[in-house]
Design a protein around this ligand. Structure first.
Ligand code: HEM
Ligand code: HEM
Length: 242
């Protein structure tokens, strides 16, 4: 009898767990999961691939410098840049998604419910979103150095202006472990890498190349921090059941 009761309890527990999966989450929770899910599924695997190609590019260059030959194929440099472009696009993309979520749910919707939404300001913020995305797309297309600089500056400025809006959890007093500051840092470093691609290739003294290595090794540390602070924020600031 006891055995039957125990098995029944276990079955009920399993059934309860089954129904729990999404039942505690509301629309706001589900929307808040889109940004972390895309970061985990898309951005972090690309970081792994880009880093692997980066390592091979460096090894090949040093081997050729030392012994004039290398078993690493010459294509690794180009592959690093090709995936680097994807990395820049996906990092800035998830950044904009994180900002859009915070601004829509923690600013627009809350103020709308309180009847205090400033529609002019909301329209301006929406236009800045559109302008930031447009300049970012133009950065991928622009060839002359001047235009690349202009579109990179506009994209970076757009991100910073959007990040300064009400509703974004910046944790400025604790900037050293703030998901927002790390996210802005990596986005700007990726935009910078994309902007200087031609300079890395043209510069015979390797100054741009070395600057790129130093800055992006720092970006790798920020990416690790981004993973840690992101999962922390899922528990700390995300709403549950709303
Ligand atoms: C996690 C991010 C990244 C890291 C850690 C990284 C690191 C590196 C390293 C170590 C090299 C080899 C330097 C050498 O020859 O000694 C390199 C080369 C290069 N990187 Fe990156 N990088 C990253 C992202 C990017 C991005 C986003 C772009 C631009 C789209 C980019 C563009 C380049 C270019 C143009 C080269 C020269 C490739 C060649 O010699 O053919 N990198 N990077
Ligand atoms: C390269 C990767 C990432 C970038 C650039 C990024 C960037 C951002 C930015 C700019 C925000 C808005 C700031 C805010 O309101 O808190 C944000 C919010 C957030 N991110 Fe990320 N993030 C990344 C990866 C992740 C990951 C891996 C996770 C979790 C697994 C995550 C979880 C969150 C959470 C929970 C929020 C807060 C949303 C809220 O305000 O309720 N992020 N992210």
């Amino acid at each position: 009898m006891l055995l039957v009761m125990n098995s029944l309890n276990v079955s009920l527990d399993i059934a309860a767990q089954y129904t729990l999966a999404f039942t505690n989450l509301g629309t706001k929770d589900l929307v808040s999961l889109i940004h972390p899910a895309i970061a985990v599924i898309l951005v972090f695997p690309i970081i792994g691939i880009v880093s692997n190609f980066a390592w091979q590019t460096r090894q090949r260059r040093l081997q050729i410098k030392d012994s004039k030959k290398s078993k690493i194929p010459p294509v690794v440099g180009r592959e690093h840049v090709k995936l680097g472009r994807w990395l820049t696009a996906s990092v800035v993309g998830v950044n904009l998604m994180g900002l859009a979520y915070s601004i829509v749910y923690n600013n627009f919707i809350i103020n709308l419910k309180r009847d205090s939404l400033d529609s002019v300001q909301a329209t301006l913020i929406t236009l800045i979103f559109i302008a930031t995305i447009a300049s970012f797309i133009m950065l991928f297309r622009a060839k002359p150095k001047l235009w690349r600089g202009i579109f990179a500056t506009l994209s970076g400025m757009g991100l910073i202006i959007l990040g300064s809006q009400e509703g974004v959890s910046r944790f400025s007093d604790e900037w050293y472990w703030s998901h927002y500051y790390y996210g802005m840092g990596v986005s700007i470093l990726m935009i910078f890498s994309l902007t200087i691609v031609e300079d890395i290739y043209k510069d015979r003294s390797n100054r741009w190349r070395n600057a790129h290595i130093i800055l992006n090794c720092f970006a790798l540390l920020l990416f690790i921090g981004q993973g840690i602070t992101g999962v922390r924020d899922l528990l700390e600031i995300s709403p549950i059941g709303k």
